[in-house]
Design a protein around this ligand. Sequence first.
Ligand SMILES: Cc1cc2nc3c(=O)[nH]c(=O)nc-3n(C[C@H](O)[C@H](O)[C@H](O)COP(=O)(O)OP(=O)(O)OC[C@H]3O[C@@H](n4cnc5c(N)ncnc54)[C@H](O)[C@@H]3O)c2cc1C
Length: 532
Amino acid sequence: MSKNVDVVVVGAGFAGLMAVHNLRKQGLNVQGLEKAPDVGGTWYWNRYPGLHCDVESVEYSYSWDNDLQQEWNWTERFASQPEILKYAQHVADRFDIRGQFAFNTEVTGAVFNEAADQWTVTTANGDSYVARWVVMATGALSSPKPIDVPGAESFAGTTLSASEWPTTPVDFSGKRVAVIGTGSTGIQLSTHIAKTAKELFVLQRTPSWSVPANNHPLSPDYLAEEKATYPAERERKKHSMDGLGLPGAGKSALEDSDAERTAYFQNIYDNMSPFTFFGSYTDVLVVDEANKTISDFLGAKLRERVKDPATAEKLIPKSYPFGTRRTCLDSGYYEIYNQTNVHLVDLLESPMKTITPTGFSTEAADYEVDVIVYATGYDAFTGTFKNMDVIGENSANLRDVWSEGAKTYMGTMSVGFPNLFIVTGPQSPSVLSNVMVSIEQHVQWITDCIAYLTAQGFVRMEATQEAQDAWVAMNNEIRQITVHRNSHSWYMGDNVAGKAHVVLPALMGVGPFRAACDEVAADGYRGFALAK
Ligand SMILES: Cc1cc2nc3c(=O)[nH]c(=O)nc-3n(C[C@H](O)[C@H](O)[C@H](O)COP(=O)(O)OP(=O)(O)OC[C@H]3O[C@@H](n4cnc5c(N)ncnc54)[C@H](O)[C@@H]3O)c2cc1C
């Protein structure tokens, strides 16, 4: 089957749902394509027990429809995956978006026809869609990293992957379980599994910082208060650095005495969003000595939570500055190490040798387990594009063009791939923010841009090399003045073997990014070549 439309939107997560809704409102003929059987994206695929959002639920929701935000009632301070999925499904129903999508439809490629200025998008089902514009709402964190542990396929027990969790509940009671990975997913899963497993082995290479979520049900009074201030508050937060608009001390961390600083951090730890640490003092993400004050505070907290001092020391991150990896929220993670059935396996101390048919072996010992759970993260930003053949000008494949490091202009378009918009792409703030706020900003900008191009009769838009180079160079310069300057993490592509080490998220902050994007649009889409 081949179909002609104005726009193809790939992905039915929060970005794709909003893009389809906006573009349809403009009167365009829009085709959504999604490989999952339903909407939700991240929150559809990741059904593992314990998954909660790290942004408060009243903030992790759309702001573009006041009736929607007034009528939806979140039940917990940090929403669980089932509740967020229910919200995505509610949005799809309320705005009648599902009908615009073909589900169970994986996009395998897209080829740009230079003569017609159109894309032909092909799917695994053998269908094709010809469109002037394509919006890749495929998610910055939607392509799980391939399992690259030696011997993985030899394991005779049960293998589970966090990002493709079974739809029926998994019973760990009486089982010996290994969880590989200690990012947010590993932390949430281990906390859950420790409750019933006979033995739990948590395999850690790089520890994460984690702070208590202090999650709790939301009262009707609290919700009413939040809803009363929604429009003004959300407007304010959109222009903040992280999309959350959290308060800061307005001075250097080194200006306060140790006691003052500890009291200030303690208040954040007990009562505020953990993201407050990032903007707490003005220099914590810039000056190493100031940054260390947070690590020192959180290290002391961790030592209070874990009874065995040797285990506590292994759990404390020491190889990277605070803030160069996303801080996790937990509901009793560190305390699981006070249980006799839980064992931390430090892979820095004794590296993993291999998975075996009955368990795994490190350089120090052999372990027998019944279940292995992989919580090994994502091929962030670029993974979904590696899985497709996106062929632009001069038959160039985006996968090859990005093999030495993904580059875009404003996270939205890559040189040589005209008319192909990316939502929260490389060099956009996305993963360094309340991602919902970043999605809304990016989708609104892209759909406004398509409205402009359509109204003005433009048939082609392409980022210029000069604009892209300047954008990437600016991001690299910002890196040099922040604690990210020497960091290695998935933000820089370091978690995937063979992936280039480049700074993937934009480091300028959500508000400045929005201002830069708005300025470019107001200036007739400066840095893009437009053609009729
Ligand atoms: C486990 C996990 C926890 C997270 N927690 C938080 C959090 O606490 N706070 C926060 O702000 N953000 C969080 N995120 C980030 C989260 O991804 C975003 O908040 C948001 O949900 C992304 O929405 P999206 O629509 O951009 O992408 P996604 O939700 O990833 O949706 C992309 C969609 O595109 C589809 N797709 C991809 N490739 C193809 C293809 N070739 N063909 C067809 N369809 C395709 C996918 O199936 C998917 O449905 C988390 C991410 C993960 C993975």
